[in-house]
Design a protein around this ligand. Sequence first.
Ligand code: 6GU
Length: 248
Amino acid sequence: MRLDVVTIFPEYLEPLNVSLVGKARARGQLDVRVHDLRQWTHDKHNTVDDTPYGGGPGMVMKPEPWGEALDEIIASGAEGQQPVLVVPTPSGKPFTQELAVELSAKPWLVFTPARYEGIDRRVIEEYAEHLDVREVSIGDYVLAGGEAPVLVMVEAIARLLPGVLGNAESHRDDSFAPGAMADLLEGPVYTKPPEWRGRGIPDVLLSGHHGKIARWRRDEAFRRTVQNRPDLIERTDPAAFDKKDRET
Ligand code: 6GU
């Protein structure tokens, strides 16, 4: 998979050299290219922003550098290859595990993290004429720019690529993964030692009884979801629940 990121803070994307994403790059599973938007400015001050039409606070990112950057990056792809354009913005659609799965199947993503009050609207309109453009938010809070959201999205997407996680089963039971535990959060986990500061391990996990362990994990997942995310319970098909859940 190829990923391009266009930003005025290339250093902000340094974490893409580390850990899971860094290793996927080193192995050649991910081709990540970070670009400085100011490369595509032509004035002495490398201006990327200007005052908003209609007035109001803050600054807006000028369309010309974005247009030149995106034209050049898009043209650099293999013959006939078109990227999906991912535009981070607090006004976008929610970034969910479902969207991470969808984007992880694409061969090429271009991210356009903005600073200030965002990018001149005409840029998004222009590229939406010939590309799949997704305006995406990572949650209901406002950040100063889209770079941290790009780090979040790239990590969520990269770990889904075949061969990137050590164990292909490690994301089967993820919170929000489709399947039997759909819409339930993951429950607690334990490792050695068997006693720590006087605290033991739930007996069932030491029983070797796989059916009982699976039942216990399902119950703990349900309990944690009721506690932390009741909204997930409300939107789950009642058929996914059983008598024991209703007693919890
Ligand atoms: Cl994608 N960008 C910014 N600036 N703030 C956000 C966001 C994105 N998602 C949530 N808050």
